[in-house]
Design a protein around this ligand. Structure first.
Ligand code: 13P
Ligand code: ZN
Ligand code: NA
Length: 281
């Protein structure tokens, strides 16, 4: 079923595990995520970005997400990832999204606070969960911007949460969007201190390309939502390329997409197993 974002994240926070959040942009993509969650009896967060809205249109993404969530055998949160435009955020809330992110992390602290407060005010009126971002998670994926991240400051985070009353916080601790080429250094101590001080659900972005053991450690340190996108897209690409190479004359789109959908499902399951969300539904 479609469930409330506040409740699901609080459950993960209290029971010290993390929920995988996976982006979807089409039907096969979404079906892979839901099927993975059902096979592992795991709650899941399905999310869209403004770029996906540009690609598919919000109505299609809504119909897909609503159907996928409501008919799933496991709890599903429908989330807007990296919401930057006020109208996209409001449209999602109106359509029944159960969680939204306001990403004003590239703005000055005061502007980030002001924008996040505005979203919290509207979302909380209908008990929708709000994720905010403080510090800056670098990388290229989804036009989120700069290459280099800026680590989240703990005192600032504490002040930010008190001022905004957001439900979860995306923190910059060394990950980057996309597959980062250089060495990955996650500041686990920072996550632990943040968890102690804020005592709230924390979110890790840019998780593709991060070694499994680091993801596990980040969850142990206090992360409750882990965003994966690029690695799922790469699983899709690899399966498509392989199939088309082996079967250059097949034109039935169902035959072409079926192995790609399976590959995405297996990749999602692999990630869910790292998070401890299996059998938490
Ligand atoms: P990756 O593409 O690195 O997995 O990041 C996903 C993400 O943070 C979506 O918000
Ligand atoms: Zn992200
Ligand atoms: Na990444």
């Amino acid at each position: 079923p479609l469930v409330n974002g506040i409740d699901l994240l609080q459950h993960a926070h209290k029971n010290r595990y993390a929920i995988g959040a996976f982006n979807y942009a089409n039907m096969e993509n979404l079906q892979a995520i839901i099927a993975a969650a059902e096979e592992l009896n795991s709650p899941v967060i399905i999310q869209i970005t403004e770029k996906s809205i540009q690609y598919a249109g919000l109505d299609y993404l809504h119909a897909l997400g609503k159907n996928g969530a409501e008919n799933a055998k496991v709890p599903v949160v429908l989330h807007l990832d990296h919401g930057k435009k006020w109208d996209a955020i409001l449209q999602c809330i109106r359509l029944g999204w159960t969680s939204v992110m306001i990403d004003a992390s590239q703005q000055l602290f005061e502007e980030n606070v002001a924008l996040t407060r505005k979203v919290v005010e509207v979302a909380h009126a209908v008990r929708i969960s709000v994720e905010a971002e403080l510090g800056f998670i670098g990388g290229k994926e989804e036009d989120v911007g700069l290459e280099d991240g800026i680590y989240t400051d703990i005192n600032q985070a504490d002040e930010f949460v008190k001022l905004t009353n957001c439900d979860s916080l995306a923190i910059a601790v060394g990950t980057q969007h996309g597959i980062y080429q250089g060495e990955i250094n996650i500041d686990f101590e920072r996550i632990k201190e943040m968890k102690e001080r804020l005592n709230m659900p924390l979110v890790l972005h840019g998780s593709s390309g991060v070694p499994d053991e680091m993801i596990r450690q980040a969850v142990q340190a206090g992360i409750n939502k882990v965003n994966f996108d690029t690695e799922i897209k790469l699983a899709n690409l690899e399966a498509l390329q392989h199939f088309l190479k082996e079967n250059p004359t097949v034109y039935d789109i169902r035959k072409i997409y079926d192995p790609a959908r399976k590959a995405m499902k297996e990749k999602v399951k692999e990630k869910m197993r790292l998070l401890g969300s299996e059998n938490q539904s």
